[in-house]
Design a protein around this ligand. Structure first.
Ligand code: NDP
Length: 328
């Protein structure tokens, strides 16, 4: 009888569902934050968007995450983190957050479909998405020779020839790193000058393994039918001629975009859209809102650094909530 009464009170009341912490994002930052937050006794909800598990799940094998001496697939690593978060009582919901009202506490997150969730603290761990070329052949070969993380996947190209697409710092850093493994690295740049810093340019020009194709864009990556990379079809942007360029791997390094569209005008972002956090913390410009992982990190972008900052965000959120309680 008591149960029925409680349920009906909950149904008729318009009070939205309330959590201690809502974590936006389910990559290494979000899941580590969930493990720490739930384990410390906070009611914790992870909202995962389209990229379940984050970018790490795109990595065929992760062999630089401490604790896995034989490596682990990105997908399995993501699944393990998820299991661990669930074990400590975190809840995970697939949903698209349409808006976040951070003007007053508790914060209100509105989900697609109209559901509202309130939370004492919010951890933004929505990551940064790789910019892709948006070719059908590219989509078909991601993880099968088409990659976006040289640091993660370069060791799989020992003795092979790869191309790197882009002309910024990311592309040149990737090329330098790949040159430690591949026999030949060709940077394909759509212009005849690079956007990258002179420092990196000098290093690349001095590396005998690295070559360039200038004024070229990728029309197609071969060979989706055989599920492996055999080369790229290039369009010379000046002569308009097509040419096949053989290679074993393609690294896309045309930039990343932080997933911060929801926070524009609400939180302080840097000029490229990354969330700005106070030094040595995960605190943003709004009390009770924290940011962890790639969404606040244009520099390191590693699973382990994301996980580390996820744990920091959960600790910061816990301390924030305790402080709020102490004030009441
Ligand atoms: P950038 O935006 O600086 O460079 C992107 C590159 O990709 C440009 O050369 C651009 O060409 C090219 N590009 C973009 N779209 C396409 C496309 N569709 N097809 C082909 N080429 C394309 O991105 P980065 O990731 O390199 O750098 C982002 C920021 O992070 C920068 O501020 C950079 O300095 C910083 N960074 C710093 C590092 C460091 O300090 N160690 C390491 C890595 C990044 P175009 O020039 O023609 O537009």
């Amino acid at each position: 009888m008591m149960h029925i009464l409680l349920i009906s009170v909950a149904l008729v009341s318009k009070v939205p569902h309330e959590e201690d912490v809502v974590i936006m994002g389910s990559g290494p930052a979000g899941m580590t934050a969930a493990i720490y937050a739930a384990r410390s006794g906070l009611s914790t909800l992870v909202i995962e968007g389209d990229e379940t598990g984050g970018q790490i799940t795109l990595s065929y094998k992760v062999d630089n995450f401490p604790g896995f001496p034989d490596g682990i697939s990105g997908e399995e690593l993501g699944m393990n983190m998820r299991k661990q978060a669930l074990k400590f009582g975190a809840k995970i919901q697939s949903a698209k957050v349409e808006s976040v009202d951070m003007t007053k506490q508790p914060f209100v997150l509105k989900l697609e479909g109209g559901k509202e969730i309130t939370s004492k603290a919010v951890i933004i761990a929505s990551g940064a998405s790789t910019k892709w070329l948006e070719l059908p052949s590219e989509a078909a070969l991601i993880g099968k020779g088409v990659n976006s993380c040289a640091l993660c996947d370069a060791p799989f190209f020992v003795g092979k020839e790869v191309v790197v697409i882009g002309g910024g710092d990311s592309a040149l850093e990737d090329a330098l790193y790949l040159a430690n493994y591949a026999t030949k690295v060709t940077i394909i740049n759509r212009k005849e000058n690079l956007r990258a810093s002179p420092y990196l340019q000098n290093q690349v020009y001095a590396n005998k393994k690295i070559e360039f194709v200038w004024n070229a864009t990728i029309e197609e990556i071969k060979d989706p039918i055989n599920e492996k990379v055999t080369g790229v079809t290039l369009l010379d942007t000046i002569t308009k001629q097509l040419k096949f360029f053989p290679c074993d791997g393609v690294f896309i390094a045309i930039g990343h975009s932080p997933n911060t569209q929801l926070f524009k005008g609400k939180l302080e972002l840097d000029e490229t859209g990354y969330v700005i956090t106070k030094p040595h913390t995960t605190e943003t410009t709004i009390d009770g809102v924290f940011a962890a992982g790639d969404v606040a990190d244009p520099k390191y972008r590693q699973a382990i650094t994301a996980a580390g900052s996820g744990s920091m965000a959960a600790i910061d959120a816990y301390n924030f909530i305790q402080k709020q309680k102490g004030r009441k």
